[in-house]
Design a protein. Structure first.
Length: 119
């Protein structure tokens, strides 16, 4: 599956269709409005034509959120060296809508309880 930012300068490819997408309500995900699909960095290919992505880290700096320097779309995040395991996420809103249609969306309370709240 392939995701692209609005201007198509950033292209992310994942090898398999996700089982679910995650909607998190933490302070940053709530503002981004992203739906995330997770994998390990070796399962996701990131290609940039022209400008590279720009990273933003906050709080304990365990995650670096990347966005396209041209159009500004939040494209993905990757765990930093402070993250406990190799982990990466793609903003699933960058896939064609038809590609993610029917995939379950799980709700995660990243603001308070750090647990799923959809079950």
């Amino acid at each position: 599956m392939e995701a692209t930012c609005h201007c198509k300068a950033v292209r992310l490819t994942i090898k398999q269709k996700p089982e679910f997408l995650l909607s998190c309500n933490c302070s940053i995900c709530n503002r981004y409005g992203a739906l995330w699909t997770y994998s390990t960095p070796d399962q996701i290919k990131v290609e940039c034509s022209g400008n590279e992505t720009k990273a933003y880290k906050h709080g304990d700096e365990t995650i670096a959120f990347h966005h396209c320097e041209n159009c500004g779309c939040v494209t993905h995040w990757i765990g930093t060296d402070k993250y406990p395991e190799p982990r990466m996420a793609i903003n699933a809103r960058l896939f064609d809508r038809s590609d993610i249609e029917g995939i379950k969306i799980r709700k995660f309370d990243g603001a308070d309880t750090w647990s799923f709240i959809d079950e």
